[in-house]
Design a protein around this ligand. Sequence first.
Ligand SMILES: O=P(O)(O)OC[C@H]1O[C@H](OP(=O)(O)OP(=O)(O)O)[C@H](O)[C@@H]1O
Ligand code: HPA
Length: 183
Amino acid sequence: MLISDKQLARRVQEMSVQIERDFKGREMVVVSLLNGTVLFLADLIRHLSLPLRLDFIGVSSYGHGTESGDLVFTKELRLDVRGRDVLLVDDILDTGKTIHRVLAKLKALKPRRIKTCVLLDKKARRVENVQADYVGFEIPDYFVVGYGLDFAERYRNLPFVGVLHPKIYKANAKTKSPYRKKK
Ligand SMILES: O=P(O)(O)OC[C@H]1O[C@H](OP(=O)(O)OP(=O)(O)O)[C@H](O)[C@@H]1O
Ligand code: HPA
């Protein structure tokens, strides 16, 4: 275990206080990235008493491995963010490729401002020059799972953040993809 459920709860509450302060007086649009943000997002927004709208972008690049691959958008944003204050939420900032691409997409929609919020920041593997405005925890270079984060779509339901033992992903390298084949 790297981060306990109690540590997560405390930090998420602290992050919400910071966000409330910065977004006061404006209705924000929370844009959350699927699928990894499910638990973090649910805990974060229940602490926010500001008016907000919520939408999702589906984006995936890790598939059933531990390395970033081609980025695939699985769901597009439906809300209009032009002139709006956007809070972009993701579970982890790792290489930075996901947030970098999503930020470019969002900026093209002309919001008033975009603030980024991530639960975990793994600086060691960064390849894109991106930083988040709100960070829950900086973590070392481990492949982590739990509290929404997966390995091959498993472990998202763990209530804590844990480090995946390398023997799990090494053994899994030869196993079948969990995804449906494209027709
Ligand atoms: O900074 P990066 O190296 O781009 O990695 C971060 C992204 O990787 C994970 O998504 P993934 O592709 O695993 O999809 P998921 O959210 O469905 O798990 C995670 O949820 C982030 O969105
Ligand atoms: O460490 C990680 N764990 C799960 N998903 C991820 N996506 C990027 N880095 C990670």
